[in-house]
Design a protein around this ligand. Structure first.
Ligand code: PHE
Length: 339
């Protein structure tokens, strides 16, 4: 008998459950009307007198143990329930974290930089706040030069010699000041012009400048480099160079790519010609080389500059330049899958 009671005590001590039905059946099994303890108390009278004392102690221990167990298990069940009401299901996985994506301007900039880096161009940068020399005068645009009016400039109120660069050509100047030929570099960056904001132009936009200086660089090298670029960037293999004018290049040209006239959009963006202007370029003017102490009798080179927004608008058929700066998530999230 005693051995059995000791085993039951052990069983009670071992019992664990977080399930309220299991706890309740445990209670009924030990403490219920027809439970083990009542049976034991009923058996008590059959126990020989000399064993009664010890036996009595053990069944009391068993009873208390069973009672305590039921109480503590019920209590922790109630606590857990409260906890769950407060915190919800703690085993559920966390909310998935939304992956961000790059801005279309960065995507296109990276693409341009990558294409040129494949043929040996490095990446360089310059300040957005420039002095007159690097943005204008050094680039063969002295004071009162009429071509200064081509780019309406934001000047700094505190220092009239300082301005927000109107083009990334200022980085050409800085790069040539600190590097000797051979030079092959592209300079992406933000530029500023005091222009009215419309669907086609903004007062802040981005350019990528290219600069190549070496011995025996010819106009054919320029054309071939740009043809490689347009093939890689747009998958278009027909370009034309139209004579143009920039003070810092001689000769200068505007680069058009043959976009085609397959769709209605093609007609619209090319104004029915099939051709699209995508950048300015030319052979670096000898005066510019002199300004940075590169000997124009020994070296020559070419430069080009393109607007990133314009290229992004063409690639992704974006109708309004302002969409780039409005930070409308519905617009930006469309570029999630673009690498
Ligand atoms: N800086 C010129 C512009 O902003 C582009 C250009 C760059 C033209 C280099 C020729 C050579 O319009």
């Amino acid at each position: 008998m005693l051995v059995k009671v000791k085993e039951l005590i052990e069983e009670v001590n071992q019992f664990q459950s977080t399930n309220i039905d299991e706890i309740e059946s445990f209670r009924i099994k030990f403490l219920g009307k027809k439970g083990i303890l009542n049976d034991l108390f009923a058996d008590f009278k059959n126990v020989p007198n000399e064993e009664k004392k010890e036996f009595g102690q053990y069944i009391n221990t068993l009873k208390n143990a069973a009672q305590d167990k039921v109480n503590t298990l019920k209590e922790s069940f109630e606590n857990a329930k409260g906890f769950q009401l407060k915190y919800g299901d703690l085993t559920r996985p966390a909310e998935p974290i939304e992956l961000g994506n790059r801005h279309p301007i960065s995507l296109v900039k990276n693409q341009i930089v990558e294409i040129f880096s494949r043929i040996g161009f490095t990446v360089s940068e310059g300040p957005e706040m420039e002095d007159d020399w690097h943005n204008f005068t050094g680039l063969n645009l002295p004071e009162y030069h009429p071509a200064r009016d081509m780019q309406d400039t934001f000047f700094l109120q505190t220092n009239p010699d300082m301005l927000l660069r109107t083009h990334t050509s200022s980085v050409q100047m800085r790069y040539m000041e600190s590097h000797q030929p051979p030079i092959r570099t592209v300079s992406p960056g933000r530029v500023f012009r005091n222009e009215d904001i419309s669907a086609r132009s903004h007062c802040i936009f981005h350019q990528v400048e290219g600069l190549y200086i070496d011995t025996n660089v010819s106009f054919a090298d320029l054309k071939q480099t740009l043809l490689y670029f347009t093939k890689e960037m747009f998958g278009k293999s027909k370009i034309r160079l139209r004579p143009s004018y920039f003070p810092f290049t001689e000769p200068s040209a505007e680069v058009d790519i043959y976009w085609g006239l397959e769709t209605e959009v093609d007609y619209k963006i090319t104004k029915g010609t099939g051709w699209l202007e995508i950048m300015g370029c030319g052979m670096v003017d000898p005066n510019v080389l002199k300004n940075v102490n590169i000997d124009p009798t020994k070296y020559s080179g070419f430069a080009f500059g393109m607007g990133i927004e314009r290229i992004a608008m063409l690639l992704y058929q974006i109708p309004d330049i302002r969409m780039f700066y409005e930070n409308d998530m519905r617009f930006l999230e469309q570029f999630k899958s673009v690498k």
